[in-house]
Structures are given as C-alpha cells and as structure tokens.
Ligand binder design. Sequence first.
Ligand SMILES: [Zn+2]
Length: 58
Amino acid sequence: MTVYRQWFCKCSGKALELVGDPHIEEESLEPTCPRCGATPSSDPKHTISFKDRDNYSD
Ligand SMILES: [Zn+2]
C-alpha cells in the first residue's frame, strides 16, 4: 500500500501546498513552503499540516 503525503503550509492564511525542489540534492529532501520556507521538520510557526492520500482512491 502506497500513501502519498501532501504537505501544506498555512502561513498566507490559506493552505498552500509545499513543493519539493528537484535541484537540491541532499539526503533529506523535504518539501518546502515556497512562501515562508517552512518544512515539515522546521516549522517554527506551526503552520505545517499534511493530508495522506492513498493511490487507490484517486
Ligand atoms: Zn509557509
């Protein structure tokens, strides 16, 4: 079973989906908020949330 996790940041007042940067080659490639730069492991303002979607229901 594969689950795709969508990350969101609410820094702008509405949920903004985090994006991964394909140009960054690091071990921990995390999705990053394009607006404030928050990531799931670096979320100082607690604006990060996520939603799990499994492949079967799409
Ligand atoms: Zn943000």
